[in-house]
Design a protein around this ligand. Structure first.
Ligand SMILES: Nc1ncnc2c1ncn2[C@@H]1O[C@H](COP(=O)(O)OP(=O)(O)OP(=O)(O)O)[C@@H](O)[C@H]1O
Length: 266
């Protein structure tokens, strides 16, 4: 059985949730379906406003779905679980805390801020190339470095599932490419299962085992594209026929380009 199953998930934001008497209900998700295995990295790709963040928040147990089922590791998700990690577009670090103490914040909340936690935080920060910045404050770091800290903070408690919502969307192109490689390396080291929301077709193909493409709101899964590019991946893969073909399939599903006459070939 799959580690994660998203079945017929529908979410309607009612007028009361919209805090307005006059507003029409908003159908954010309509019958979203897909599965994923433990250790997989799944990219969720779709037009702006199609409900990707809403789906992540439902998977996280932060909001209730209107109908359908979300099972993670054999449990139906109805409330927030402690064993998830989150990375958002903004790193949201605490400015008064050092890099190390920002990473350890999760462990403080979980009351597990012991030597083991500190050693792991130090190892993670080393893995992302920040071993020289343990005592630095967030304002002394670049945007990419801050996002590396946020990644370590999300992984410090060895979460069952890592949820990433456009984590590299605010970074410049070069830093973004570096972060894609870093994510692949971290994921290999930690074995984390990841749901990764992005607007970038190229990024989705590069980092994932499968791209789930959503239609316009109300979102349904338009198609699932298995990515069988080899590991370890490197930037040269972006210029291979297999990569271009996957990008083309995703672009077709998004309606960016018409379907190729053969139905799939790049
Ligand atoms: N708390 C909320 N209350 C009411 N409506 C909401 C709420 N959260 C999201 N929505 C609506 O649900 C729809 C989907 O929003 P969502 O943020 O999930 O889309 P998205 O695909 O993540 O967008 P983007 O890619 O631009 O970040 C939007 O129309 C949004 O206005």
């Amino acid at each position: 059985m799959a580690f994660g199953t998203i079945r017929n998930v529908r979410k309607v934001f009612s007028a009361s949730e919209l805090n307005s008497r006059s507003a029409e209900p908003v159908v954010a998700l309509d019958d979203a379906n897909f599965d994923f295995d433990e250790g997989q990295l799944i990219a969720l790709l779709g037009p702006s406003g199609c409900g990707k963040t809403t789906l992540l928040r439902i998977v996280a147990g932060l909001i209730q779905k209107t109908s359908g089922s979300v099972m993670i590791g054999g449990r139906e998700i109805t409330e927030p679980l402690g064993d998830y990690g989150f990375v958002f577009q903004s790193p949201s670090l605490m400015p008064w805390r050092s890099v190390l103490d920002n990473v350890l914040f999760t462990m403080e909340v979980l009351k597990r801020n012991d030597k083991v936690a500190r050693d792991r935080a130090t190892q993670l920060l080393e893995l992302v190339g920040l071993s020289g910045f343990l005592g630095a404050r967030p304002h002394q770091l670049s945007g990419g470095m801050q996002q590396r800290v946020a990644l370590c903070r999300a992984l410090i408690h060895q979460p069952k599932l890592l949820l990433m919502d456009e984590p590299f969307g605010a970074l410049d192109e070069l830093t973004r490419l570096e972060m894609n490689d870093l994510l692949l390396r971290i994921r290999k080291e930690t074995g984390a299962t990841v749901l990764f929301v992005t607007h970038s077709i190229s990024e989705a193909v590069y980092v994932s085992d499968k791209v789930v493409v959503f239609s316009r709101r109300p979102a349904r899964v338009a198609t699932e594209i298995p990515i069988s590019l080899p590991y370890p991946r490197n930037q040269q893969l972006r210029f291979t026929p297999a990569f271009t073909k996957a990008e083309r399939l995703a672009s077709e599903a998004l309606g960016v380009v018409p379907p190729a006459e053969t139905g799939s070939a790049a």
